[in-house]
Ligand binder design. Sequence first.
Ligand SMILES: [Zn+2]
Length: 294
Amino acid sequence: MKKFDLAKSLIRKSENIFSCPLCQGPMNVSFQSNSLICKKNHCFDLSKNGYINLLPHSVKSEYGKEMLESRNTLCKSGFFYPMTKSVSDLIIKTMEPFNKRNIQMLDAGCGEGSHLKDILSNTNVNSKSNFKGVGIDISKEGIHIASREYQDAIWSVSDLSKMPFRDNAFDIILSILSPSNYSEFNRLLSSSGFLVKVIPGSDYLLELRSVLYNNTDKEQYSNERVINHFSNNFNIVATEKVNYTVSLDSSLFKHLIKMTPLSWNVTDNKIQDALNLNIQNITVDLLILIGKKK
Ligand SMILES: [Zn+2]
């Protein structure tokens, strides 16, 4: 099946999860116009690349195409595999008692889609349930890469603060190294659903941080504030620390620097210092939080 037809068929099968971004009414796939359309005729076309843009107005994203391509290259190298594996195992373990046949999963802020792709592959291979994935991001460039690289999920350009889905539509919401909108997560999660958030630990990219931020207040990082904010909004039911070291060649190291927000506000001289140091091993320190609605 062509990419476009495959995407249309996936959206058709899950059309009941969508709500119109303009009037919040239910939406249906129109086969004549290849779009998602509501009863008031608000119409959003499926792009030829197989994603749907559900932003009522275009928004400029701070994530550039080059940064997203770098993140895609780094993800494909396996940089985050131990994290996506742990997240997948936790999801399977958490969902098992419910014995659900179909599990609807949303990656809210999926960027270029690699994490959702890897988690969907793992969960569908290792559990009896059928995991269906939807990835959204406000960055059109990110969703463009996601739909180019992976066809077994629905990809949509959407606003995290006003997500185009009906209440209680998802069993799992993923928020991986990405900002959260807890009131929207609360609205979209079913009563038996789980929020899975991945945040940096204090040693995340330690070697890079100590070069880029030495002798500044950003040299040390604590995730305490983020954990408190999470637990004010959701009940934490499980946590897991994921800590590993990745060896990178110089080309992947350059992609890492381009990808990480750590490098966005530092001078070119500092970035050159980091490149000159020829760092070969980098620490990936992350914390997975699993939450339930209060
Ligand atoms: Zn509408």
